[in-house]
Design a protein around this ligand. Structure first.
Ligand code: NAD
Length: 250
């Protein structure tokens, strides 16, 4: 595999599973030193061990923990080139405006949106010192279109990620820091499998709307993240990067 990320240092949140894990593998295969961050000590440590990287157990909604994790990454590897802010949770079982409770709403905003605010806040100063960096924030296709299934708190959180990424991309472009939002379509990961296990018909309803006729594999999303992390995307920032099997174009 081409070594586009040779010598680069990358932090990945939610690296223990799904898209984060596939990206940790991809980044390592392309030569990066990977810092795997996850709330789950077992899966996170396993991922770090597999890719020969550093594991940091952290809750990305905890400001002190987020500040410390970026400092630890820089202390360990001397720099910070890439941050993939990817940790997230699925919507509550019934995520309709009429039924989603305020606490459930707040929790989704905290994990999916506030975490991205915190990770950008504490990653950017390290990148400013280098005059270069690439930040990729995981949004979703539901940030750009209404979903066939009701996902009010989840869609709102991902729309926030999109707007924040655009704003930061514009704000820090002249400092050499690129910020892009990644919008996956439905991806075959534990997050999606849990949703479909609770509501099997949801999978069929979703599939109908995907022109490519299938869900993505995490590795297909990881390939897009590696592109956004690398200099191959050097003229891209403040961008909404859809990897959705055509769902938003249909
Ligand atoms: P996943 O559940 O397989 O992995 C998420 C990881 O994040 C887990 O390892 C989990 O432990 C970790 N995590 C959760 N809360 C955390 C916290 N507070 N602090 C630290 N780590 C935490 O999910 P996935 O499908 O790989 O999703 C990754 C991202 O992609 C999420 O932001 C999700 O919303 C987004 N996304 C997923 C899909 C999909 O269909 N799977 C589609 C679009 C967007």
């Amino acid at each position: 595999m081409t070594q586009r990320l040779d010598g680069r240092v990358a932090v990945i949140t939610g690296a223990g599973s799904g898209i984060g894990l596939a990206t940790a593998r991809r980044f390592a295969a392309e030569g990066a030193k990977v810092v795997c961050v996850d709330l789950d000590p077992e899966t996170g440590a396993k991922a770090a061990n597999e890719v020969g990287g550093l594991f940091i157990q952290a809750d990305v909604t905890d400001e002190a923990a987020v500040r410390d994790l970026f400092q630890r990454a820089v202390d360990e590897y001397g720099r910070l080139d890439i941050t993939f802010n990817n940790a997230g949770i699925s919507p509550p079982d019934d995520d309709s405006i009429l039924t989603t409770g305020l606490e459930a709403w707040k929790r989704v905003q905290e994990v999916n949106l506030t975490s991205v605010y915190l990770c950008c806040k504490y990653a950017i100063p390290h990148m400013q010192r280098q005059g270069k960096g690439s930040i990729i924030n995981t949004a979703s296709f539901v940030a750009v279109m209404g979903a066939a299934t009701s996902q009010i708190s989840y869609s709102a959180s991902k729309g926030g990620v999109l707007a924040m990424s655009r704003e930061l991309g514009v704000q820090f472009a002249r400092e050499g820091i690129r910020v892009n939002a990644l919008c996956p379509g439905p991806v075959n990961t534990p997050l999606l499998q849990e949703l479909f296990a609770k509501d099997p018909e949801r999978a069929a309803r979703r599939l109908v709307h995907i022109p490519l006729g299938r869900f993505a594999e995490p590795e297909e999303i990881a390939a897009a993240v590696a592109f956004l992390a690398s200099d191959d995307s050097s003229f891209m920032t403040a961008n909404t990067f859809l990897v959705d099997g055509g769902i938003s174009g249909a």
